[in-house]
Design a binder for this molecule. Sequence first.
Ligand SMILES: Nc1nc2c(c(=O)[nH]1)N[C@H]1C(S)=C(S)[C@@H](COP(=O)(O)O)O[C@H]1N2
Ligand SMILES: [Mo]
Length: 355
Amino acid sequence: MTHHPRLCKPTPGERFVYPAEGGATNVEMRPTGLTGFLTPIDRFYVRSHFDVPELDTDTWRLTLEGDALVRSLELDLAALTQLPRVSVVRAIECAGNARAGFARDFGRAAEGAQWHTGAIGVAEWTGVRLRDVLELAGIAAEAAWVLPEGLDGGRFARPLPIDKALTGDTIIALAMNGEPLPVDHGFPARLVVPGWLGAASVKWLGHITVSRGRLDTYWNTRDYTLAGPDYPAVGDADGIPITTMPVMSLIECEENATFDAGRRRLFGRAFSGEGPITAVACRLDDGPWQPAALEDPGVEGAWALWSIALDLAPGEHVIHVRAVDATGAEQPDQVVWNDHGCLYNAVTRCAIDVI
Ligand SMILES: Nc1nc2c(c(=O)[nH]1)N[C@H]1C(S)=C(S)[C@@H](COP(=O)(O)O)O[C@H]1N2
Ligand SMILES: [Mo]
């Protein structure tokens, strides 16, 4: 196995931004230039903790073991492709998306890559159900936890409960937007765990343990937790392990973009792991909240597109956006500080210049 020093796909500045403190393996999509509903591969953000491993389809194997499986198994790609093929359109969003908001609101940065709102994407993922793969090994009635592990240098791994693992849209993806899974996104096989933080969707999948007891890793006990003065430690974890992503939105506009005065239509997207988006409202500066038009895609686990026409007068302004999901949850005015800078979802803001 050879290692690439960083990302593999081209990440030109017209389409991507490298967040501060993100290193060479993390890149987010620019908020402008999105056209269709899906995020094209050449715009999809990448979040990798280690160098990208180069894996070979001929030698790649997925091994399954654990005290809640009837038998251990080793599967090659041919064995996976014999299972029923499924395609799902789902968002993957990093738990650290919009982390830069903490620095802006609290005057000090939370640890980690200073993402703006581009660490999210929606793709069509094609592959096989995780459930079908686990059933090949026989799932014991006592099965409680599933630990998928990546084949990257640090063997990134994060557990999920058996119920989530057995949900029909939790899949092992082999393709993304109709292309073989790109190297940066987990070639040849990655997990897709809809609605959950991106860290659950383990890339370069190589090993799965199914167990009767808890299986913890660094990434659900020391990172990807809500930790800090306002959050309790939970068992061995420094805070509350993150699962579902809360309601959040993005504005398809660069910070400090220039607009000509007049009536202008602004576009954006909103997503919640808890359920469909039911409303989006916008306000200019401290003006009244106005409802945005929602394009309901009818796609569970993906984003909704919104737009609004605003009358822009010359001067500096701030656009505010608040999305609401089907559970009634909405983007709050302010978030509570957490040390890892996760789940920032306060009202989305973008400063603009109108001339
Ligand atoms: N093996 C492995 N899987 C991984 C990661 C990683 O570093 N290694 N990063 C996780 C995190 S934190 C996120 S947000 C998503 C990002 O997926 P993407 O790079 O395809 O956008 O992958 C997850 N899966
Ligand atoms: Mo992430």
